[in-house]
Ligand binder design. Structure first.
Ligand code: FE2
Ligand code: FE2
Length: 409
């Protein structure tokens, strides 16, 4: 079979000129004449300068004297490390699917982040409800929310909640800073999309949690020195050690705080925070499957000591929170033991070893925690604090089960 080639329409390049001859609405450009010589000369100059600049940068990079700043391969239209669509699908796509809006989850906080379509959908859902259901779902105002908090909690309890959550509130500020700085440390397009979503989510966590804490009408405390040292060290850590400090240590702590507090009246929105943080703790695992740590990076005594050193201030945070935890009926050492166990599982699984194997670390911590309790608590009986579970809500336990079950101590 032979095919006949027709001259294409200059506007739309269709091969059926009969359609274009009369009344053709195709886009037509008035071409401007150019100098072939000038264009050829410009191309030659660009080619030569490109060779010099790229070669210079390549050599400088090999000699560790600088070179190209961006880890980007423009010839492949890709970041160094390739596409890594798997990470993109597990984090960026999933984050967008699960993206929650403060206006919908906590309308009393005054955020206006829902789209018109989302508001329309929520109005439609309200219309299909009975009057009782509508009353239950009615969007309450900030004064009504504050009244609800005062009804549920004494001033001392409100202060305890704010003191505990302020710890992670300041942590969110650092999570925002660290995740954005990590963007230049990870390879591949997929990992960058994942971290970009994390930056967005940490920004949302910071501002939403801040408004939530202000609603308690209690002074928000500064960071304790232990938290200050912990977070400053994470921000100053280099390369993948920052990944450990952020996505394992800080995220593990955040996951535990939200898991502890999300069932309290008025704090239901923390379920959404908890779900985001669970995804953030999974990022190192997915990333290191594609770009594994070398054996030396895992076992180097210097690297292991640096990781252990990052964790130490977090241990001092545990007794520091005791007064506020106790006010709400939480045992700070159960919370600490549960948190350290989860962090240790994540660290071990990802090859971020920390000088002490988990069993030894748990035994040591249980000894220290029990020694403290023996000194300061009446009739204290020995407890395996590192076997405690501090997360309370069923959905949150379900989320954590998927992360920790097969690896629990
Ligand atoms: Fe966060
Ligand atoms: Fe996070």
């Amino acid at each position: 079979m032979t095919s006949v080639m027709f001259p294409a329409c200059e506007g739309c390049y269709t091969v059926t000129p009969s359609r274009c001859k009369e009344g053709c609405k195709c886009m037509r450009f008035d071409k401007i004449p150019t100098s072939g010589k000038a264009i050829a000369a410009g191309k030659a100059i660009e080619f030569a300068v490109n060779q010099v600049v790229r070669q210079y940068d390549n050599i400088a990079a090999k000699l560790h004297l600088g070179g190209r700043a961006a880890a980007y391969d423009d010839s492949r239209y890709e970041f160094i490390g390739g596409a890594q669509d798997n990470i993109r699908k597990k984090h960026y796509d999933k984050s967008l699917r699960l993206l929650w809006k403060a206006e919908e989850k906590a309308p009393w906080l005054g955020f206006k982040d829902c789209t018109a379509a989302e508001k329309h959908l929520s109005n439609m859902a309200m219309q299909s409800m009975s009057q009782d259901e509508r009353d239950a779902c009615r969007q309450i105002t900030l004064p009504e929310f504050k009244k609800k908090l005062r009804k549920h909690y004494s001033p001392k309890e409100r202060s305890a909640i704010v003191n505990i959550l302020a710890t992670i509130g300041h942590g969110e500020a650092y999570a925002w800073l660290v995740s954005s700085s990590l963007l230049s440390d990870v390879k591949s397009t997929g990992a960058r999309t994942a971290l970009t979503m994390q930056v967005l989510e940490e920004a949302k966590h910071f501002v939403v949690l801040r408004e939530l804490l202000y609603a308690f009408d209690v002074d928000v405390p500064r960071q304790s020195v232990w938290e200050y040292i912990l977070l400053e060290n994470v921000l100053k850590a280099k390369g993948l050690e920052k990944f450990f400090g952020m996505n394992i240590l800080v995220e593990g702590i955040a996951l535990s705080f939200f898991g502890l507090m999300s069932t309290l009246p008025g704090l239901e929105i923390l379920q959404s925070f908890h779900l985001d943080e669970s995804r953030h703790t999974a990022l190192p695992g997915n990333y290191l499957q594609e770009f594994p740590l070398t054996s030396w990076q895992k076992i180097s005594p210097r690297a292991q000591w640096k990781r252990l050193r990052l964790i130490l201030p977090a241990l001092a945070l545990i007794p520091n929170l005791e007064e506020h935890m106790a006010e709400l009926g939480f045992d700070t050492f159960e919370f600490g033991g549960s948190t350290v166990r989860k962090i240790s599982i994540l660290a071990q699984r990802n090859g971020f070893f920390m000088l002490l194997p988990p069993s030894l670390l748990f035994a040591l911590l249980d000894t220290v925690f029990n020694a403290y309790c023996q000194l300061f608590r009446q009739q204290h009986q020995f407890q395996r604090f590192t076997r405690a579970e501090s997360t309370r809500g069923s959905p949150e336990l379900g989320v954590e089960k998927k992360i920790f079950l097969t690896h629990s101590a």
